[in-house]
Ligand binder design. Structure first.
Ligand SMILES: [Fe+2]
Ligand SMILES: [Fe+2]
Length: 263
């Protein structure tokens, strides 16, 4: 049986800092920031990996929204809060170190309803997004839904954000965790392929988000796309033979500079 290993791609402190920057960028009000911080500190106490995952989803989600030209704020809320229901999942399942069996999956799938019920009074839009964040995948859940508190149009918007969130969710899981189905953690390109397999009807949107660098927001270990889109970190240095070498360094400074071209 394959062990469930998870890698941390960005240190926790760095993630927390990036979340604060994203709060500012997405114009999240101080009152809401406090509320989100409170929720995710509960998550952090329960399970650090779920906390880190949630922050990464907020970062990737906000970036995806910007790429698509929609408001990133709901992704910051729903990204950080979508798995808050996992605080109600017993540790024996949530922190299980071996692959899940059908019974574990059943227990785990309850987290979307728990997230919804925890959030519905305080953040009703995020509650709706959380409820649907596993609904668009190949094995969707839940199968029955509580009545929505939202009107027709906000409800549709929430479903769209839930779809985006599920892209981010799958991508993050594929690049940071091993599992029994697909094996080792995947490279960004592998995760993109995997994502298209899971959501074939949204291939075009996924490809466009990927090509426009949306998924790399929380991925310092594969910096090339970010680098190429961010000329400030590209350095042109003449080497000893007089050739022009173009080096690039990832945005967030966690990897060494890398030679990308010699002219
Ligand atoms: Fe989830
Ligand atoms: Fe998640």
């Amino acid at each position: 049986m394959l062990k469930k290993g998870r890698g941390r791609v960005i240190p926790m402190d760095e993630l927390a800092k990036r979340l604060e920057v994203t709060f500012i960028d997405a114009d999240v009000k101080e009152k809401d920031r406090t509320s989100i911080r409170k929720f995710i500190s509960t998550l952090k106490k329960k399970d650090i990996e779920t906390y880190e995952h949630s922050v990464r989803i907020a970062l990737i989600g906000a970036r995806m929204a910007r790429v698509l030209g929609i408001d990133p704020k709901p992704m910051v809320f729903a990204g950080t809060l979508h798995d808050i229901g996992k605080t109600m999942i017993p540790d024996s399942v949530l922190k299980k170190k071996v692959a899940y069996g059908p019974e574990d999956r059943k227990v785990m799938s309850k987290h979307v309803e728990y997230s919804h019920s925890i959030l519905k009074e305080i953040h009703p839009f995020s509650a709706e997004v959380a409820l649907y964040h596993h609904f668009f995948q190949k094995n969707p859940y839940p199968t029955t839904f509580p009545r929505s508190l939202l009107g027709k149009s906000p409800k549709q918007q929430a479903r769209f954000y839930a779809l985006l969130l599920s892209f981010a969710d799958h991508y993050d899981a594929a690049t940071t965790r091993t599992n029994s189905k697909r094996g080792q953690r995947l490279s960004p390109a592998g995760a993109r392929k995997n994502l298209v397999k899971e959501f074939p009807q949204f291939r075009k949107m996924i490809m466009s988000l990927y090509d426009r660098d949306a998924f790399n927001e929380a991925m310092p270990f594969h910096p090339m796309k970010s680098i190429l889109l961010n000329p400030r970190v590209v350095m042109r240095i003449r080497n000893k033979r007089g050739k022009l070498a173009v080096y690039a360094k990832p945005k967030f400074g966690l990897a060494r500079r890398k030679l990308i071209q010699i002219k």
